[in-house]
Design a binder for this molecule. Structure first.
Ligand code: THU
Length: 140
């Protein structure tokens, strides 16, 4: 999936989540067998993608959320609206995958308090603001 521009089309939470799922086959997770996909919507209607990329030196692993954000930054996009996150753990799709603390801290660097984080709950999606998930984050 290359980044996509949706001009004049409303990207609903459901659409963003479906796009995030497209990334699951690209997840490189031979150590945890946890596959994560992320779709990041910019305020300009562009969607960037990320998947987790693991490493034999486990600490070198990067989460799907940060891959999506860093990809967007590298393309010159810095205004973010929302991110959908999906994952498969033990073969189960539909469990909520909340961003880890490190990814929330990276979101705090680039996103507003009302940045929307969409996760799955069974067959439904639910959303939270960055402020809800990281009420007292670190900043300089
Ligand atoms: N992972 C993510 O991609 N995003 C998160 O927010 C939490 C964890 C990945 C990292 C690792 O490849 C696997 O899930 C298990 O921790």
């Amino acid at each position: 999936m290359d980044d996509m521009l949706f001009d004049g089309v409303e990207i609903t939470d459901d659409i963003l989540m479906e796009l995030a799922k497209e990334l699951l086959p690209r997840s490189y997770a031979p150590y945890s067998n946890v596959n994560v996909g992320a779709a990041l919507l910019t305020k300009g209607g562009k969607v960037y993608f990320g998947c987790n990329v693991e490493n034999a030196s486990y600490g070198a692993t990067v989460c799907a959320e940060r891959v999506a954000i860093f990809t967007a930054i590298a393309q010159g996009d810095t205004d973010f609206e929302a991110m959908a996150i999906t994952g498969i753990k033990n073969g189960d799709l539909g469990e909520p995958f909340f961003p880890c603390g490190m990814c929330l801290q990276v979101m705090k660097e680039f996103c507003d308090d009302d940045f929307k984080i969409i996760v799955e709950k069974g067959m439904e999606n639910e959303s939270y603001t960055l402020k809800e998930l990281l009420p007292k984050g670190f900043s300089l």
